[in-house]
Design a protein around this ligand. Structure first.
Ligand SMILES: *[C@@H]1O[C@H](CO)[C@@H](O)[C@H](O)[C@H]1NC(C)=O
Ligand SMILES: *[C@@H]1O[C@H](CO)[C@@H](O)[C@H](O)[C@H]1NC(C)=O
Length: 224
C-alpha cells in the first residue's frame, strides 16, 4: 500500500480497490509482537485482575488486609484500592509507551476512525467515572470481599446501560486511545483487555452474588 493521504485511501476503499484480505494484512503487518513493551502491556493486563482476585479472595477467607489495617475493613479496602489503582496507572503507562513506538496504519488514520476513537474514549471515561461515583471507593474496589456491602443494588446510570460499566468503560477507553493514535497493535491489545475482563467476571460475578445471597439469607432469617 503506497498511498499516504487518507483521501486516496478512502477513494480506494469505496472503489473496492482494497480487499478485506489487504486490510487484514495491512493491520496485522503493523503489529510488532516481538516488542518488549507490547509484551509487558499484555502481562500487566493479565496480571492485574488475577492479582486483585487472589488478594480479594484471600482477604475474604483470612481478613489479612483488614488485620493489617488495624482491624478496620474500610481502611483495608482503601489499601487494596490504592494498590489496584496504582497497578492500573502502571498498565496505562506501558500501554501508552507501546502505542508510541508501534506503527500506525493509514487505514486507521481516516478522520472518521479518529472521531470514533474520541467518542469511544469519552463514552468509556463516562462509564468509568459515573460507576465509580455510584459505587464509591469500597463498592468499586471489591469492598464486598471485606464484608462492606451495598445496601441495595445500584440500578441508576450507568448500570441501566451496562452490567459492568467499569470493565466496559475501561475497554472502550483502550479502544478509543488505539483508534485515535491509529495503532493496530492497540486494537489487538484492546481485544486482549476485553478477553481478560470476561474471564475475570466469570470469577467475580458468582462470588459477589454468593456474598450478597448469604447477606440476604441472614436478613431474611432475622425478619422471621
Ligand atoms: C502506487 O500504487 C499504484 C497502484 O495502486 C501504482 O500505480 C503507483 O505507481 C504506485 N506509486 C508508487 C510511488 O509506487
Ligand atoms: C438510564 O438512566 C438515565 C439517568 O437516570 C436516563 O437518562 C437514561 O434514559 C436511562 N437509560 C436507559 C437505557 O434506561
Amino acid at each position: 500500500m503506497n498511498t499516504t493521504t487518507s483521501g486516496t485511501i478512502m477513494d480506494e476503499l469505496t472503489a473496492g480497490a482494497i480487499s478485506p484480505k489487504d486490510i487484514v494484512e495491512e493491520l496485522i503487518g503493523k503489529i510488532d509482537i516481538a516488542d518488549a513493551s507490547f509484551q509487558l502491556t499484555l502481562f500487566f493486563i493479565a496480571f492485574n485482575p488475577i492479582f486483585w482476585n487472589i488478594i480479594a479472595r484471600l482477604e475474604h477467607s483470612t481478613h489479612f488486609l483488614t488485620q493489617l489495617a488495624g482491624n478496620n475493613a474500610k481502611r483495608g479496602c482503601y489499601i487494596l484500592a490504592i494498590i489496584i489503582f496504582s497497578l492500573g496507572i502502571g498498565r496505562d503507562m506501558v500501554f501508552q509507551e507501546t502505542l508510541n513506538h508501534q506503527e500506525s496504519s493509514v487505514l486507521l488514520e481516516l478522520p472518521l476512525i479518529r472521531n470514533l476513537g474520541v467518542a469511544s474514549f469519552l463514552i468509556g471515561q463516562l462509564l468509568v467515572i459515573t460507576s465509580m461515583y455510584q459505587l464509591g471507593i469500597t463498592g468499586t474496589y471489591l469492598g464486598d470481599y471485606f464484608g462492606i456491602l451495598m445496601n441495595e443494588r445500584v440500578t441508576g446510570f450507568p448500570f441501566n446501560v451496562s452490567n459492568n460499566p467499569m470493565y466496559h468503560g475501561s475497554t472502550l477507553s483502550f479502544l478509543g486511545t488505539s483508534l485515535y493514535f491509529a495503532k493496530p497493535s492497540g486494537v489487538a491489545i484492546t481485544a486482549f483487555v476485553y478477553m481478560m475482563y470476561c474471564i475475570a467476571l466469570r470469577f467475580e460475578e458468582p462470588f459477589t452474588a454468593a456474598i450478597y445471597a448469604k447477606r440476604d439469607a441472614g436478613k431474611l432469617s432475622k425478619n422471621i
